[in-house]
Design a protein around this ligand. Structure first.
Ligand SMILES: *Cc1c(COP(=O)(O)O)cnc(C)c1O
Length: 643
């Protein structure tokens, strides 16, 4: 749908239209040339790196769209900020304990990310949280043994998992087994005796504090995680009987992910402190309070307590946590414990951007067609008649009439009483009426109630070269909103309103909720008309958390290309790592096809056609080459192959 170009459009108009300063957290901006730039977080003076320049760099390296771009500096910066923020508050309030962060591997398990967190995290002794044996193996092999990083083991643990944890303790890692279920306790005691290694034990308490946001079911009475009060007492008694109560040193709780309201966090920390204090009283050698994840990301930039935002800053979060623990435990005269948090989302969300090009656009506008002589019909005349009474006072009536006549014509078409050309003409007339209604609406101060939301029905569909199911699963599964915007041409005012569709041809593969400053969401996104010879690139931002391994192979679209960059302090940048996305052969292999067998079968089929004289040997070879090249190719739309 066309929108009137905003007069006096400037770069500032672009910034406010897409809200980049609200959700960008200082990492992203728009330069004078109208391109989105990434700013080096450790270097204020840098002019920023244009995403368009990166896309060109990727293309020259045969890393085509869609591509996931990772910015290593942003991971580093998030870890620094989290640790510095806690340390600053601890100093200021005179808190006697330390802060120790751990990164929950489930949030982004990709080796590149885990290695980056481990390498950069060493300076803050930032460790890992794991919830399964594969994650445990990844953490054990990545952690730097010379550092004081913690390793927190959650999840249901069998003997093998417990053995890995005990051996890590022996190696000198502060590795805690957190008891999530009573069945784990006898295994821990038995393996500890068998291996002669004293475990470091934590208990996960079931929290009853209610928490708002998408994931609130992980908290409350019916939470599937953690031990009830009576189960915790049972753990204490069994450990005491085995002379192991001194091994119980950590209380774990996890209120949920993406907690938008700071009050819920304070409430949860308060409850955790009550457990902690009474475990001390029971005689456990408590020394660590682990508050899990929950630190939210402000995806919409609204700074509100809506589920996709947060009503607090990082400093406020740290201050509330430290202050609550301090005041609660001081009242009991209990020594300040080491504070552990397991922030995942807030640590990695900002570091990845999904980039893709637009392949095509559908506009809901009349299309020039040749009218046929026999295409006249009474209903068409009625439809044309609408234009005679189309004026502001009768908009609703015109709108209803247009729908009525169009639907009647569709009915007649179904019954074979009118032809395709007549129907096409009717659809054209219908769109003409709607566009006139729209232009009259735009001149009116007050829009009739029934016609609110009318604009959306005329929005263009922009087809993006990506799969929502593979790259943005939460957008589909839980209506998560991510900031989406063009990464260039922002010096021009956008002249269209659109929704986005992916290339899976699945009706769920669309994005039709966009962040808005003045309401819950926008049903359309302002975009630019495509230009013939120029690619149009969009970016989906803040996709570094939870999106990569939840994605599926819908329509067998595979992993996208991935590139990691590092911004240098001199203003330059480096492509530090690249991973080519899945080939067609790769994804077919995932669903148990045998590519060599497929090639053989195709070859046999072609050879038979040669024998029957239907194709020549030369043609056979051409077909074979196309088939083989395609097997090696990218699963997404490849424009360059057409050249
Ligand atoms: C998922 C999870 C986290 C991470 O939560 P975020 O909200 O992403 O920070 C931390 N700890 C546990 C136990 C989890 O299950």
């Amino acid at each position: 749908m066309k929108i009137d170009r905003q007069a006096g459009w400037t770069i500032d108009s672009a910034k406010s239209t897409y809200g980049i300063e609200n959700w960008g957290n200082g990492y992203f901006d728009i330069n004078a040339g109208g391109e989105v730039i990434i700013k080096n977080p450790s270097c204020d003076s840098s002019s920023g790196l244009s995403l368009l320049e990166i896309i060109e760099g990727l293309r020259d390296r045969d890393l085509h769209m869609p591509a996931l771009l990772r910015i290593e500096n942003i991971i580093d910066h998030s870890i620094s900020k989290l640790n510095n923020s806690f340390n600053k508050i601890i100093d200021r309030l005179g808190y006697q304990g330390q802060y120790r962060g751990v990164f929950p591997i489930k949030v982004n398990q990709q080796a590149q990310i885990v290695e980056e967190v481990a390498q950069f995290g060493v300076r803050y002794s930032h460790g890992f949280e794991v919830g399964s044996k594969p994650e445990m193996i990844a953490a054990l092999s990545t952690l730097d043994n010379s550092s004081d990083q913690m390793l927190i083991c959650n999840g249901y643990k069998d003997q093998e998992f417990v053995d890995l944890a005990l051996q890590a303790v022996k190696l000198g890692t502060r590795c805690f087994v957190v008891i999530e279920a009573l069945a784990e306790l006898p295994i821990i005691i038995e393996r500890s005796k068998a291996l002669g290694i004293e475990p470091l034990i934590g208990v996960r308490a079931k929290m009853t504090s209610k928490v708002g946001g998408h994931w609130n079911s992980t908290s409350g009475d019916r939470s599937v995680f953690g031990l009830s009060a009576s189960q915790i007492i049972q753990v204490v008694d069994v450990l005491k009987d085995n002379n192991m109560l001194h091994c119980l040193q950590l209380l774990h709780c996890h209120l949920g992910s993406q907690i938008p309201n700071i009050r819920d966090i304070r409430g949860g920390v308060n409850e955790a402190c009550r457990y902690y204090a009474d475990l001390c009283k029971e005689g456990a050698a408590m020394n660590y309070i682990d508050l899990g994840g929950g630190l939210a990301v402000d995806y919409t930039g609204a700074h509100s307590q809506e589920s996709q935002s947060r009503n607090y800053s990082l400093d406020e979060y740290c201050e509330d946590v430290v202050e609550t623990i301090m005041s609660t435990l001081d009242a009991y005269g209990i020594r300040h414990p080491t504070i552990v948090t397991e922030s995942g989302r807030a640590t990695v969300a900002y570091s990845s951007i999904l980039l893709f090009n637009i392949l095509d656009v559908t506009r809901f506008e009349p299309i020039e067609i040749k009218t046929s002589r026999d295409a006249s019909h009474e209903l068409l005349d009625n439809m044309r008649g609408i234009f005679e009474y189309l004026k502001p006072a009768r908009l609703q009536e015109c709108f209803n009439d247009a729908h009525y006549y169009r639907d009647e014509i569709r009915e007649l078409f179904k019954r074979g009483q009118i032809g395709l050309r007549t129907r096409a003409e009717a659809e054209n007339l219908f769109l003409q009426v709607l566009h006139q209604v729209k232009s009259l609406l735009s001149e009116m101060d007050q829009i009739p109630k029934e016609l609110e939301g009318f604009d959306e029905s005329l929005a263009d569909i922009y087809y993006g070269n990506f799969s929502l199911f593979q790259s943005l699963p939460d957008s589909w599964a839980i209506d998560q909103m991510f900031p989406v915007m063009p990464v260039h041409r922002l010096q021009e005012a956008p002249d269209r309103r659109a929704v986005l569709a992916d290339i899976t041809c699945d009706c769920d593969g669309k994005i039709d909720r966009f962040i808005a400053t003045d309401r819950e969401y926008n049903p359309t996104l302002p975009l630019h008309s495509l230009q013939d010879s120029q690619e149009y690139y969009l970016g989906v931002f803040l996709v570094g958390a939870y999106q990569e391994t939840l994605g599926d192979l819908h329509n067998l679209f595979g992993d996208t290309n991935v590139a990691s960059i590092r911004l240098r302090d001199d203003g330059g940048y480096e492509f530090v790592k690249e991973i080519h996305g899945d080939t067609i052969e790769d994804v077919l292999g995932y669903v148990e096809y045998q590519p060599w067998e497929m090639k053989l079968r195709y070859r046999n089929k072609l050879e038979a056609a040669v024998n029957e004289g239907r194709i020549t040997a030369r043609e056979r070879q051409q077909m074979m080459n196309t088939f083989n090249a395609s097997m090696q190719g990218y699963t997404y739309y490849e424009k360059d192959h057409l050249l």
